[in-house]
Design a protein around this ligand. Structure first.
Ligand SMILES: Cc1cc2nc3c(=O)[nH]c(=O)nc-3n(C[C@H](O)[C@H](O)[C@H](O)COP(=O)(O)OP(=O)(O)OC[C@H]3O[C@@H](n4cnc5c(N)ncnc54)[C@H](O)[C@@H]3O)c2cc1C
Length: 507
């Protein structure tokens, strides 16, 4: 058994853990970071990134706070929301100091807050509460990976210790305070770390099927959703986000915070999702952004389809349908329109204005790759036989829906008439979508100072948590339609470091 003594020990080298490590080291603390993977970066380590910043103006911050609280129907933890919002304005300067620039900043005036879809469309409406900073691509555009690498280097330069392939396996609690942690070194030796404060930043639990089932009720599925599962993630492969921090905290008496999956409609692979999951291999992702006919397994509409580019809303809607799936159905006329005239919703991540060879793409998916969720048929009977959609239900829906299209008025859900496109002309195309998400998040209950609390909401001395592992209560309880986002990881990384250093200095 080996041992090590430090001021601040940090579990996880993703955005939250490394932000806290840089801040604590800059404040003069001795820092040690323990990461279970062989490199830094966490779940986001291969993505470009846009981050939300709430301006440091009182009126702006107050409005942002209120919009977010209203969005969550006041079920969010107000103190956590306030501390995130009040601290996010330091993010751009923090990122710039790492030598990273922004490609673009989307500025939003005070009076627009809460009035536009968040993040340009795909994110919760409660997220339209600030300016969006898009990182300047580096190399192949992996902005977040570069941030994490620069943070890890900064910690090392400041005398900190960053250990990879060194998973934390437990926390040490003595009486009312946490005094360290236990990790396993590369050679398999147990490492006992004595620390004045510990920060947990170990991310979500999207790679832990048992926790997903137990705490969210979903069944984890493989990439083709053909194993009976009903939730699919596009977290990076091998992210190994197995909820270790949550379990370590609960084991020493920390309370359980709210836990959930950030909704995000996804058509499963293969042939669709690339090896970097947010990258799609073809235009299927763009088709499911469109505000055309969506039905559930019973053949019934379930939403004003204009929201089909609001991923969080669509994800949660799909999850509440029978079989936890839904279908977008278009006919040949609409396919022609998407190819020749253009799309109605421009997907903000892959902003194509027109599609090309939709039939060829479906044929490839169905006949070459064997994807089980893309369908093409000459008749409605055939389409229903392939998909399992109720023929009776679909015929009834189409009779009404096609009439709405002719009349230019959607008597069922009052959809914008511009998006009423009938389904009449063979071929018929369908995509089956599941709920999915970037991560399963939450589980550790913290207060607005990022202090981990016990069942009586009393802080456990010396123990802090930041980022996805503790972000659940930012989105309510359960965190419906929420998402783990970098702005929370950065802001709560700052706070957890500040509070941990204050605590360590006071000992
Ligand atoms: C594909 C994708 C794209 C995204 N794009 C955006 C975006 O554009 N904008 C945005 O704001 N947000 C985005 N996000 C969300 C955002 O990246 C996350 O909310 C954020 O990275 C979470 O940071 P974290 O530090 O809490 O967790 P993570 O980054 O997941 O880091 C947790 C770390 O803890 C480590 N760990 C786990 N268990 C242990 C253990 N036992 N011992 C030691 N270490 C352990 C993990 O290996 C990991 O490195 C995206 C997420 C994904 C997956």
């Amino acid at each position: 058994m080996k041992s090590l003594t430090t001021d601040i020990a940090i579990m996880g080298s993703g955005l939250a853990g490394l932000t806290a490590a840089v801040k604590a080291a800059e404040a003069g603390a001795k820092v040690a970071v323990f990461e279970k993977r062989p490199f830094q970066g966490g779940g986001v380590s291969n993505t470009p990134m846009m981050t939300l910043v709430v301006r440091d103006e009182q009126e702006y911050k107050d409005k942002a706070f209120k919009v977010h609280m209203e969005y969550t129907n006041y079920s969010a933890d107000a103190a956590m929301v306030r501390s995130w919002i009040d601290n996010s304005s330091h993010i751009p300067e923090f990122i710039n100091r790492l030598g990273i620039d922004f490609l673009h900043v989307l500025k939003f005036d005070l009076d627009t807050l809460g009035r536009l879809p968040g993040y340009g469309g795909g994110f919760p409406n409660g997220m339209h509460i600030g300016d969006y900073y898009l990182l300047k691509p580096q190399g192949k555009g992996h902005g977040a990976a570069v941030i994490c690498k620069r943070m890890a280097d900064t910690v090392t330069k400041l005398g900190g210790d960053v250990r990879f392939s060194c998973p934390v396996t437990g926390l040490v609690r003595e009486g009312d305070k946490v005094t360290g942690l236990v990790a396993t070194e590369k050679d398999g030796d147990e490492l006992h770390v004595n620390a004045k404060a510990v920060i947990i930043a170990s991310g979500g639990f999207s790679d832990n099927p048992q926790m997903i089932k137990k705490y969210t009720g979903f069944t984890y599925t493989n990439n083709n959703c053909d194993d009976g599962g009903d939730v699919l993630f596009n977290t990076l492969p091998g992210a190994r986000l197995t909820g270790d921090g949550q379990q370590a905290v609960w084991a020493i008496g920390g309370a359980q915070g709210s836990m959930g999956i950030n909704g995000h409609n996804l058509v499963p692979g293969p042939g669709i999702i690339g090896n970097t999951p947010w990258v799609m291999k073809n235009q299927m992702r763009i088709i499911q952004e469109q505000p055309y006919l969506w039905v559930n397994q019973r053949g019934e509409r379930f939403i004003d389809e204009d929201i089909s580019n609001n991923h969080m809303a669509m994800g949660t809607c799909i999850a509440s349908q029978p079989g936890r799936c839904a279908y977008i159905i278009v006919d040949e006329a609409t396919v022609r329109r998407m190819e020749q005239v253009g799309l109605d919703h421009i997907y903000f991540i892959f902003p194509a204005e027109k599609l090309s060879d939709v039939r060829g793409q479906f044929e490839y998916l169905i006949n070459v790759v064997g994807n089980k969720h893309a369908f093409m048929a000459d008749t409605l009977e055939e389409l229903c036989a392939q998909t399992g959609i109720s023929l009776e239900g679909l015929e009834k829906t189409l009779k009404a829906y096609n009439d709405y299209c002719d009349a230019g008025y959607d008597a069922q859900f009052a959809k914008n008439p511009a998006f009423l496109r009938p389904v009449r002309e063979p071929k018929f195309y369908a995509l089956r979508c599941f709920c999915g998400g970037y991560q399963a998040l939450g589980g550790i209950r913290v207060n607005g100072n990022c202090e981990v609390v016990d069942a009586d909401y009393e802080p456990i001395k010396g123990l802090y948590a930041a980022g996805d592992c503790a972000a659940g209560n930012i989105w309510g309880d359960p965190p419906t339609g929420g998402i783990g986002v970098s702005t929370i990881s950065f802001a709560h990384g700052f706070i957890s470091a500040r509070k941990a250093v204050e605590h360590a200095k006071a000992l």
